[in-house]
Design a protein around this ligand. Sequence first.
Ligand code: ZN
Length: 242
Amino acid sequence: MAAGGTKIYCPRCNSFAVCKAVSPTKIGKPKAQRWTRTDYRDIAWFRRGRTCLSCDHNFLTAEVEEAFIEELVELRRRLAKKQSLVVNKLKRQSPWLKREETIPLAIAESFIRNTAWWIGHPSGPVHAPKHAERIYKSHHGWAIDFGANTFLVGKAIERCRNKINEFFEQAAKGQLPLKSDVKNALKHQVSGAVANNDGYEYSGYYPIESRDLVFGTQSIDVEDAANFIIRESGIEELLIDT
Ligand SMILES: [Zn+2]
């Protein structure tokens, strides 16, 4: 690990990673670090450039009083209520916007049997294949509820399929994709396929804790998910095992 590196949230890795501080000029911004919005003078921050040592992503951070984050969350919550009504209206007006499920139920069931865990089990985490029986068809396609959250298994598999096809294209041009890259890409897709209480997908990605999307005492293991997709797609023989 790099000396003196602070772990902060990298928006590309979607996880806390060691990111070194760099001048904002490195990201094509003026070098000034103290900023105030002229339209909202209480919004003032300290800007830092950051470079993620895991993925080389350059981004800016703004240090503000934490209360601003609470305010942002509350504003989003209120706006989401209003906008979900608009979205429902638009979908009724244009039925073609509705996504049709393209993933066979058998694959969705198999995915869940291979990835679902009861992590809160008294004797330690155990596989929870019976969750596969609870898959139902929502407006997102195949879905399964875990408490207040819904795992969108149809979308997760569809997005993994699209990623696998991208890697197939690379391989067909003579490249050898790294297995670790394929796995990370698949895990990322799976972590994006979660909807909240109101039936809408989280913006961004649901956090991966160690290797799980944790829903109370249940989880979907994204490592298992990536392995399942790799196995089912047969892509393994085209990959460099690293
Ligand atoms: Zn990163």
